[in-house]
Design a protein around this ligand. Sequence first.
Ligand SMILES: Nc1ncnc2c1ncn2[C@@H]1O[C@H](COP(=O)(O)OP(=O)(O)OP(=O)(O)O)[C@@H](O)[C@H]1O
Ligand SMILES: [Mg+2]
Length: 515
Amino acid sequence: MGTTEMETAASPLSLVADVATCLGGEADIVKRTTQVLGLLTRALGASEASLWLSTPQGLVLAARAGVHTTPAELLAAHLETGAMDSGPMVMRPLSAGTRHLGALVVRIERGFWPDASMAVTAIASMLAPALAHAEQTRAFKADVEKRTRQVEEERRFIHSVVDSLPVSLYVVDRDFRISVWNRTREGGSQGVRREQALGKTIFEILHRAPAEKLRTELDEVFRTGRMQQFNMESRATGEPRTYRITKIPMQLVEGEPISHVITIGEDVSDMAVTQQRIAQAERLAAMGQMAAGVMHEVNNPLATIAACTENLGGQLSDLDRGGASLPPVMHEMLRTIGTEVERCKGIVGSLLEFSRPGSREKSAVSMNTIIEQALSLLKHQAQFKRLSLPTFLDPELPTVDGNAEQLLQVVIALLQNAADAMTHDGAVTVRTRRGAAAGDPLVVEVIDEGQGIARSDLPHIFEPFFSTKGPGRGSGLGLSICYAIVSDHGGRLEVDSAVGAGSTFRILLPGATPQ
Ligand SMILES: Nc1ncnc2c1ncn2[C@@H]1O[C@H](COP(=O)(O)OP(=O)(O)OP(=O)(O)O)[C@@H](O)[C@H]1O
Ligand SMILES: [Mg+2]
């Protein structure tokens, strides 16, 4: 190594200064180390300058300038054993604290001179902390990225859970601002998209609901920390639906005041209808039992009264024939007793239908034929003559396993009610149709254009003795008997009605299974 060599190369001191500047720069560490290696090769005239980094997983080549030395050769030079100068090669360990990062290897074919060795040592000692810092930063960044990914996945998972629920759900904070609004809530009656709802107050979004009521409900949950639940009727989708609303308190931090309220809306209309049906069936069954008991008690005295009346009549006639002059009113009173007893027997007989309809023989019955029979019996009556009676009968309607006489009674009772409800001319339509799918019940509908049924009356129309037709005009037993007969056939009797819009009575009967 001659003076000439030193003169051609830059001074090692200025090299160290350049490296210091380079490492202090903002650029990425890989770029900076490559620059440092470039400086080394240029300044010292090195044939190769390589930077070896070892991670806890193994040794990696981070950067390399020059082409002569293969990684295998460098490895053979015992990287981890510390500083090593051997001929044209100088190796300096890169350590930061107890962490061994790797080594800086510089090869100068013509051999090193002291200043050059020292410069490599100085550069290694500057590189080590810079690399350690970069390694830490990278590890930290990777950690943050991993956590961010995990948090994002958790968030997506929770969102999917909340969106998959078949209930509408939203969450408000103490300022009534919406922080969660699930997909089902988007499709709700007021159809507000999540993007529109988030961050707004609930009063801005549910502007159709009375704000004060909403505020009071939410305040109550914030104040008491207790869940609230109630049912709500809504016609927002066109048809009346029942929603169960649940307001649940939520604490972000345990032990602190309620921070949010979760509101869940569930469409329980079908459940409500089923519950109503069950309640109605139970109520009517209880009434049937009571009616059976009453009939049992009343039947015998009625028979006794009838027999006594007949006997008394006979005795009065004998007295008349014997010349006794009895007041004519006595005969009249006896006749009245006789007709009233017959009327009572009639009612008891009808009640028997209601409480024990199932005692009749059953066979394959065509409901289409039953409807035609009913219409041919009724159409000559004055009340029906003024009405048009269109029928739409499904020619492929399956038969039902039933009692023809009872089913005829049901259809007649429904037609009679329909005609009673028609205070003006119009149509009473009868339709039949198969169930939509195999196993679904067949349907018979009697549709009128009459006055309709008041909402408050609807729950009672199937009860025995419920009638709005006034004394002497209706006994109120018609529908209760229909209900009992249809139930006994394994079917259901339903009604859709609105005041002024007419009524549809629907008989659903299981089709007979083909033999
Ligand atoms: N098609 C209908 N349109 C309007 N209201 C009806 C109709 N069918 C039944 N109702 C109402 O339901 C009540 C009960 O009917 P139900 O057939 O049981 O008794 P009723 O017709 O009053 O007397 P009954 O049938 O014993 O002679 C009726 O009084 C009426 O208020
Ligand atoms: Mg009736």
